[in-house]
Design a protein around this ligand. Structure first.
Ligand code: SAM
Length: 237
């Protein structure tokens, strides 16, 4: 008689945002022991996985195949396989695929473990010099429809606001924020975190706009943080 396996688990495993040393021991162990690693991009993750000697079978799970792939991955877990989800960098589900699989796993009454680990927003906030006691993560703003309405709502926040932004739209973001929040609002550009050219630029929106103007080209990955009106009055009375 064949043995009935108990259902497998879904592990949400963060991966480094630029520095391979930021992988945790537990992340490596989980990725080595699960039956399948679902990767946002199997080639990108291949570099990390081979660096750590992880040869677990992989499958791709990204924005364009999530709807068809999720039911198949859930089926595997129901039949007893443990599955880990990783994204190209940082924590899966944070401005990255993960929500759909997590939701489907919960709907199927499967267990989920999210490992703590790398994400861009937390080190950016911690080193920003802006208040860290209360914050809100906005991620990427919509590029067109609804962008202005979001900005108008966010400048009223009494918490530090964290944005993800691409380098070529950074200037536009600062100008739009400046239009509604004024020149003096304090903000921070956190660029290339954990990498060789890591950089923080701290100042008022007017100063940051000037800094952007002075750069021949802005490269790399960026977290942008906006202080509240109150914070700006305290830092720059
Ligand atoms: N899942 C990731 C996380 O947990 O932070 C975020 C993925 S999202 C697709 C990519 C965005 O995260 C980038 O455009 C940038 O805003 C931010 N980001 C990722 N790595 C970064 C880094 N090393 N330095 C600064 N920002 C970074």
């Amino acid at each position: 008689m064949s043995e009935i396996k108990s259902p497998g688990k879904l592990y949400l495993v963060p991966t480094p945002i630029g520095n391979l040393e930021d992988m945790t021991f537990r992340a490596v162990r989980i990725l080595k022991t699960v039956s399948l690693v679902a990767c946002e991009d199997t080639r990108t993750s291949g570099i990390l996985l081979s660096h750590y000697g992880i040869d677990t079978p992989r499958t791709s799970l990204h924005a364009h195949n999530e709807h068809s792939k999720v039911p198949r991955i859930v089926e595997k877990m129901i039949l007893g396989d443990d599955v880990a989800l990783i994204s190209d960098a940082g924590s899966p589900g944070i401005s990255d695929p993960g929500y759909l699989l997590t939701r489907a796993a919960l709907d199927a009454h499967l267990q989920i473990e999210a490992l703590p680990g790398p994400t861009a927003m937390i080190p950016a906030l911690a080193a920003s010099g802006l208040p860290t006691d209360k914050f809100v993560f906005e991620g990427f703003l919509p590029q067109k429809k609804g962008r202005q309405t979001r900005i108008q709502a966010l400048i009223e926040e009494d918490r530090t606001v964290i944005f993800y932004e691409s380098p070529h739209r950074l200037g536009k973001l600062i100008e739009q924020l400046r239009q509604f929040a004024g020149d003096d609002r304090q903000a921070v550009i956190a660029r290339e975190l954990t990498k060789k050219f890591e950089e923080y630029v701290r100042g008022s929106l007017a100063e940051l706009a000037e800094w952007v103007q002075a750069q021949p080209k802005i490269r790399g990955e960026i977290v942008f943080l906006l202080g509240s009106q109150k914070t700006s009055e305290r830092i720059n009375p």
